[in-house]
Design a protein around this ligand. Sequence first.
Ligand code: 2BA
Length: 106
Amino acid sequence: MVIIVNPEDADALVRLLLQADFRVTKIKTVGGFLREGNLTLLVGAEDEQVPKVLELVEQNCRRRVRQVQPLPPPVEGIDVFIPMPVEVEVGGATVFVLPVEAAYRF
Ligand code: 2BA
């Protein structure tokens, strides 16, 4: 599972996942739209454990309204340009459930 969460929710969520015996990897990431830091958790779980992980995520990740100040046009590459202040709702969490062909630990 790939779980993108707000940094303010990440520590508590990781703690709960570990307490529930899941293995977790935490990666520092940046949202493409707001260009703010978020955290991406990788959780390897059996199919039948997926609902438990979703439950922990749902119970521990809050939606937040963010006021976004204008962002300047990007200098290079394809990026987001926000010409005026906007309000966006961020999170609780974005979760992708992916099939795993094989998993090894050596
Ligand atoms: P950001 O890309 O920085 O997006 C932050 C919030 O801004 C989003 O919250 C959404 O409310 C809003 N937003 C994003 N793109 C927008 C757009 N084109 N127009 C208007 N509003 C927009 P969330 O949807 O909760 O997403 C939080 C973070 O999760 C995202 O940060 C991104 O890092 C990740 N994420 C969300 N959906 C994703 C997806 N389909 N693929 C990859 N990453 C995703």
